[in-house]
Ligand binder design. Sequence first.
Ligand code: 1GP
Length: 239
Amino acid sequence: MKNLYQDILASISQKKKLLAVLIDPDKMAIEKASDFIENVNKSIATHIFIGGSSVADTASEKLVKEIKSLTDLPIILFPGDVNQITNEADALLFLSLISGRHPDYLIGKHVESVSKLRKTNLEVIPTGYILIENGKETSVQRVTGTLPLSRQSTQIISDTAKAGELLGMKLIYLEAGSGAMHPVSAEIISTVKQDLNIPLIVGGGIRNKEQLDKAYKAGADMVVIGTAFEEDESFLNEL
Ligand code: 1GP
């Protein structure tokens, strides 16, 4: 069985930067998956994330199954809700929204998912998910009813990430939100990274090579891009 978390740690120790392509089952028609994944396979992408804020019940499973038949890249669920969990994927980011204070997204949904998880072989990776204000309301904010952390509050963001690590989380994900106006700043990324002993994922609003390099340079171990690829598939080739 694959151990994707160990692979991530090994890549980081070899100074490799990771890129996850985020696919939202709500936005990707199954018929379009084949061409899209062909481009992903030719690109520098290292992982595929699948998930969205509001996905119909079986859409996630169908799409994961299809994509799995088209690529050897690891497929990791990045679920907006319990209904997106499927054994067809390789791993699951078990997300706790630690920037917010809504009990459902800190523990409630997790408890709800356990009966489903018991029936899967998914590698479960506990992940501290931190939503950072980006200039406009994001779907995570809307769906979870939580407020993002202010992007001026670098110390609080860093303390939140550290608290996640101390609670035993294996990854920290700094999220500006899908289609964010402002990606997470280099200052925030580097401050969080300096004090963290677990891998750092950054996503939201990254639309060009310059922003991607900036995030890596500041200390992101993995960058997640969704919207930019949805809008322009040639961006994948460019990378
Ligand atoms: C969203 O961080 C991801 O959850 C990716 O964001 O769609 O803006 O690339 P984008």
